[in-house]
Design a protein around this ligand. Sequence first.
Ligand code: AMP
Length: 384
Amino acid sequence: MSERRQPVLGILGGGQLARMLALAAAPLGVKTLVVDSAGDACAGQVAPLVVADWKDYAALERFASMVDVVTFDFENVPAETAHWLAERVAVSPVPRALAVAQDRLAEKMLFRECGLDTPAFVPVDTHADLQRAVAQIGAPAILKTRRLGYDGKGQFRLKTPADVDTAWAALGAQGAAHGLILEAFVPFERELSVIAVRSREGDFRTWPLTRNWHTDGVLSLSLAPAPDIDQLQRRATDLARTLAERLDYVGVFALELFVKDGQLLGNEMAPRVHNSGHWTIEGAHTSQFENHVRAVLGLPLGDTGARGLSCMFNWIGALPDPAPVLQAVDGHWHDYGKQARPGRKVGHATVCAPDALALIARVDDIARALGRGEQAEPVLRLLG
Ligand code: AMP
């Protein structure tokens, strides 16, 4: 009898996304192998970890020989590394999708080509460009690094045109290396995200839209399905499908959206599973993590419908007391096993309920017990 060979999923980056991918892969009989330059990368607590940096081609060669497909927990893997691996082993999503998502300018141009409007933007490489861009776009505006920015990092908010010099002092050096982009500040009504998945055969699905709230540029709270979205679900799904087909995308991705005057504007895309989709672990029939594993390994996709309502709290910097979440009905605790550090995502909690009234009661109980009334307030106000 021939020995059964289990598929092996290789993951570049060993943070919490890789950790949750590995946990979702296990019941499917899929093994995972993770690469990260840090020996204490938290995915290493649940899956074998190769400690290597993105230019260690000897280690990457061995890694490629041990896996069936390579995917990402981190979109800032250098494009050369992704291309180099793609010559040796299947890589999903395709390196081109990664390259587009790594550059805010390329990303916004693609959004527009796909019919998704964006905040007004102008590329900026020099101080003089910045002056011209501010004259064109006006203030307030946000100066962002084109590359390597995430969670509000690599950004400077200009309140008035007089802030040009301060903004250049803050980001000009990074601009010289990778370029910058000035975006109009959008006084949006809401922030939404759509998490989507496309299979190798082109089967395409989205989860219900998620409503998100950020603090200092970092996701703080999510509610799904987002209430009062009228036609927006259909529009977001159509746009995500167009984008996925244009990129020949395989796997899960997220599209972060602003709603202004009832219309969608594209902020950014993440070519991977996304923080605003963590609620799908307990709140949807199939989680974003499981469907990503299924997609990249060529398995049929699972149902992306919601089981009820879910609210996700992000734990930034340090974990609170888990007890109120553990004691809540349908409360779910996620500790990523990371060291506490200011601004670092160290865990999250999801509370699910069959209807809005039950969700309000559960979220309110947890928020009171943890002294997190301010964090939970937007959901309580919206549903109350
Ligand atoms: P980003 O890293 O670009 O996703 O930005 C993080 C957060 O900053 C977003 O989720 C928004 O809350 C806010 N933000 C970014 N760009 C803009 C913009 N052009 N107008 C208003 N708010 C923005």
